[in-house]
Write a protein that binds this ligand. Structure first.
Ligand code: FAD
Length: 418
């Protein structure tokens, strides 16, 4: 393939496909390359939550202590594979700094604004006739089974309220009423009514089909291998199927972005954070509102005819092996919260793992590269890449157009950790 395009998007996940969509809407000639299938990375099997309620970054006060405690328990929700890796050490160092109270309070409104801007775009996408991806805006419930967990959950709800996110602390009876009679062992919960959920794979695939019909070239099984540059421009992207010359390049390769960027001597501080999901045929007692089982850090999402459990965060590099102990820990947590649900009795559809592209401060890497005027980085969305994919795509299109962006991108400078 010898090819020329106006904008080349590298990566066919939620971020890449949304970027291609908004770019095409501007009338641009867009090409997407994806090394595997469209939506085969982290965007495939995640929990599908659209969550302005999750505006507190992972790096928050108390996380370091919690993380150290969890590290000694192989079934805990958080794990770091011990290894000597300079990038991991640099990431952990920055993460530790980002856990300061002041940093968290700086990050919350930034994430909140992105989330609410994205929520508006979700409404528009869900209203498109040609797209059906199970979008439902009926909120999210966080439920707690320990007094300490509940206390922390209520404190987080108050924090979110102080930042303008709707949150309602509720009693067990109200949890049962909201979940249409579902029995829980919760002591209490927090209801976040603005949240929504969807089937992420259906969304990305449907949008990819739509943009293809609208004239976007999508090349599957086409991997970006390296770059050629001239001065402040990236001129050529070398791929497994030949060279592509592009006036603008969007790097939307999720957890793989820092590795690819190395070829351009660009330092992106990203750690892949592995998580798992287990999808079952939807049982009759499936929650109707996504349910976060807070202490276990596991979420249950109703998804059409299926029900998905998702959780855990493991810093183990780009390793995609499935640790069955951690999958089992997700399953074992269910009856603690939902006494009438036994995962062993459910019909399994799929066990999946994916790599969240996590930055130490919890903010995406979004903007033009410092050294190359025609390279835009759109990566590092961590636990929020589905939530934030529409607004990211829109901002990418504004960058390509050299328009003033709808949101100030200063906090997202891709090379801010270099
Ligand atoms: C268990 C779990 C639960 C989650 N739950 C949620 C949730 O409820 N809500 C939410 O908002 N987020 C959630 N996330 C996070 C979310 O899945 C990610 O943030 C998001 O999918 C990132 O999208 P992306 O497009 O940047 O990356 P990806 O979907 O990983 O896409 C990147 C693509 O780039 C391709 N690629 C890589 N290298 C190359 C190359 N050299 N050439 C060509 N192509 C390449 C990959 O194959 C991949 O398809 C969850 C993640 C996990 C693991």
């Amino acid at each position: 393939m010898e090819h020329e395009t106006e904008v080349l998007v590298i990566g066919g996940g939620a971020v890449g496909i949304c970027s291609a969509y908004y770019l095409r809407r501007q009338g641009r000639h867009v090409t997407v390359i994806e090394k595997n299938e469209i939506c085969s990375g982290s965007s495939y099997g995640n929990a599908g939550l659209i969550v302005p309620s999750h505006s507190v970054p992972l790096a928050a006060p108390g996380m370091i202590l919690k993380g150290i405690k969890w590290m000694f328990n192989p079934a805990s929700p958080f794990y770091i594979k011990p290894r000597f890796d300079g990038e991991l050490l640099a990431w952990l160092w920055r993460f530790r700094r980002a856990c300061a109270v002041g940093c968290m309070h700086k990050a919350i409104p930034v994430i909140r604004d992105l989330s609410f801007a994205s929520l508006q775009l979700w409404d528009q996408l869900a209203a498109m006739e040609s797209l059906d991806f199970g979008y439902t805006q009926n909120g999210m419930l966080a439920v707690f089974k320990t007094p300490k967990g509940l206390e922390e959950g209520v404190a987080e709800a108050r924090l979110m309220q102080s930042y303008g996110v709707d949150a309602r602390v509720i009693e067990p009876a109200e949890i049962q009423a909201l979940e249409q009679g579902l029995q829980t062992a919760a002591l209490g919960g927090v209801y976040y009514p603005q949240d929504a959920h969807l089937d992420p794979q259906r969304f990305v695939s449907a949008l990819a089909r739509y943009i293809e019909k609208e004239g976007v070239n999508i090349h599957r099984s086409t991997e970006a291998l390296g770059f050629e540059t001239a001065g402040r421009k990236v001129t050529i992207v070398q791929t497994t199927r030949g060279a592509i010359a592009a006036a603008n390049i969007v790097l939307a390769t999720g957890a793989w972005s820092s590795v690819i960027a190395r070829d351009l001597k660009i330092k992106l501080l990203l750690q892949p954070a592995k998580g798992y999901s287990v999808t079952f045929k939807r049982p009759s007692n499936c929650p109707v509102i996504p349910l976060g089982m807070a202490e276990a850090r596991v979420v249950v999402t109703p998804m059409g005819d299926s029900m998905r459990l998702a959780g855990t965060l493991e810093l183990a590099g780009l390793d995609l092996t499935i640790n069955r102990r951690r999958v089992q820990a997700i399953l074992d947590s269910v009856p603690d919260y939902l006494p009438d649900m036994d995962p062993r009795a459910l019909d399994l559809i799929e066990i999946w793992r994916g790599l969240r592209p996590c930055t130490p401060d919890g903010l995406p890497l979004l903007g033009r590269s410092r050294n190359y005027d025609n390279l835009i980085v759109a990566a590092g969305h961590g636990m929020l890449g589905i939530s934030l994919s529409p607004i990211t795509g829109k901002l990418v299109s504004q960058l390509v157009a050299n328009d003033t962006t709808a949101i100030d991108l200063t906090p997202f400078r891709p090379e801010r950790f270099a």
